[in-house]
Design a protein around this ligand. Structure first.
Ligand SMILES: [Zn+2]
Length: 482
């Protein structure tokens, strides 16, 4: 085909009550599909989450040119819950997120009432949309980029009548067969049919935002672009599916079918970190633990369910768990520095990973440790007989297990760690040397004075000033052991 049959479409969501009630039959949709040249909008009623309204193609062409040829000008999708209310002006053109105008507002200025589900559910909503889009290189934010930054904007608030739409409309978005830059889409979160949890409104946000990227309705129940439900979690599927609402049809932009995942991936690129964001609840990363400890990991309130959680200790799997709480027993025989890793796989097949390093040993309240260990902050840690251990020579921070290589004025480096003055935290033969507002353990230092007994010819001030440089880096680095 030479181009899209219609250059501009408006997609709208309807409540299920309306959808199940006085809705048009499939034949009526087909009839509407032939009204592309209508000057007045035509409604095509559909499922709970969407319907179409076609608008005069000339309108789009006169405002934005050929949308299908536009590249995206931003990777930001701003979720706006309209705290304090939103004022959206009507626009003769398609409007602009930077100036808070939209052609979907007909006449005057629309006042959108704020998201009415509270902070906790808002965080859930943001997390849900973030997860839905995490396979793609976009940024989901609820901080307004402002008038100087190009961005897509999803208003997730208010009710349909606030912009002059019917009460059954759940969402509305501009649509062309390509990207509409700086588009504002609406998901009417305060509608009564979104009262139960955030799943429905999240799916609507997914669909409305993607309409502005050129994605149309898909006849595939597991995809956010669908009208079909219920079928559990929805995500952008890597599947060539027919377009359509309640029945399969060819796509409006000329192709036989649609692959929503590929379209978003091709448009924006691949996201850097899709999948669950998993963390160690215990032991804490960089902590000292006694043998036979318990490992607990969590993916937090991740939207897509975690189907499989697997934990590894020094590269060896401890097995998998399929439901929270995800708790594993450490294997016997661990001693010294140990690497923990967890892999969490979600229902989409995306895998999130995290690693943590810990020190397995024993407490040393008496100051005594087994051979090869020294007592630091009341726990036995590796001494200089271990590469990078306490007191080992070094030339850079990364050479030390503590990630701190202190150097004297002669440039001689020693693996060390932080301390509080006069607390007896440093190993034997070390003392806590003042460095900035805190201190570092240093060989030969007298603990009570912070004085220098080291073999450098320079006075302690020289050492302290050098250590201070390294000390400042501590907070920028990921410490292995505290
Ligand atoms: Zn839609």
């Amino acid at each position: 085909m030479k181009g899209p049959m219609r250059s501009a479409v408006v997609s709208i969501a309807f409540s299920s009550l309306v959808a199940l009630g006085a809705l048009a039959s499939p034949s009526a949709w087909a009839e509407d599909a032939n009204t592309s040249d209508a000057v007045d909008p035509q409604w095509r009623m559909d499922r709970p989450i969407t319907g179409y309204r076609w608008v005069d193609p000339d309108m789009f062409d006169s405002v934005s040119g050929d949308p299908s040829s536009q590249a995206h000008s931003s990777k930001i999708i701003y979720l706006n819950r309209c705290l304090g209310g939103c004022s959206i002006g009507s626009s003769g053109g398609f409007g602009d997120s930077r100036t808070n105008t939209s052609f979907l507002v007909r006449g005057g200025t629309a006042q959108i009432t704020p998201w009415n589900k509270g902070d906790a559910q808002w965080e859930e909503l943001v997390a849900c949309v973030t997860a839905m889009y995490d396979p793609y290189d976009v940024v989901i934010t609820d901080v307004d980029p402002g008038p100087d930054v190009e961005h897509f904007e999803a208003i997730v608030a208010g009710k349909a009548n606030e912009i002059g739409e019917q009460a059954g409309v759940g969402g509305i978005a501009p649509f062309s067969c390509g990207v509409i830059n700086n588009a504002i889409t609406f998901s009417f979160a305060n509608s009564s049919f979104y009262a139960d949890g955030i799943d429905g409104i999240c799916e609507t946000v997914g669909q409305e935002t993607a309409h502005a990227f050129g994605l149309e309705h898909e006849f595939l129940c597991t995809d956010p672009m669908t009208y079909l439900q219920p079928c559990g979690y929805k995500w952008f599927q890597d599947e060539n599916a027919p377009c359509g609402e309640y029945q399969a049809r060819g796509c409006d932009c000329g192709q036989a079918n649609q692959n929503s995942h590929r379209m978003l991936k091709d448009e924006f690129g691949v996201g850097a970190n899709p999948g669950p964001k998993v963390e160690f609840l215990r032991p804490a990363p960089n902590s000292n633990v006694s043998p036979n400890f318990v490992i607990e990991v969590s993916a937090g309130k991740y939207y897509y369910g975690v189907e499989r959680m697997e934990v590894f200790v020094n590269g060896t799997s401890l097995g998998t768990a399929t439901s929270a709480p995800f708790i594993f027993n450490a294997p016997p025989g661990l001693d010294g520095y140990t690497t923990l890793e967890v892999k969490a796989t979600d229902v989409r097949g995306y895998e999130g990973t995290s690693t943590a390093e810990i020190n397995v040993g024993s407490s040393c309240s008496t100051g005594e440790c087994p051979s090869g260990r020294v007592c630091y902050k009341a726990f036995c840690v590796a001494d200089a007989t271990t590469e990078g251990g306490f007191g080992a020579s070094c030339d850079s921070d990364s050479a030390c297990l503590s990630n701190i290589c202190g150097k004297d004025n002669d440039g001689v480096g020693v693996c060390t760690d932080t301390c509080e003055l006069n607390k007896g935290q440093c190993p034997k033969d070390f003392g806590c040397l003042k460095a900035g507002s805190s201190g570092v353990c240093w060989p030969g230092v007298s603990e009570d004075t912070g004085g220098c007994g080291c073999n450098s010819a320079d006075p302690k001030g020289g050492i302290a000033s050098l250590l201070l440089v390294g000390f400042g880096l501590v907070f920028l680095r990921r410490r292995r052991i505290i």
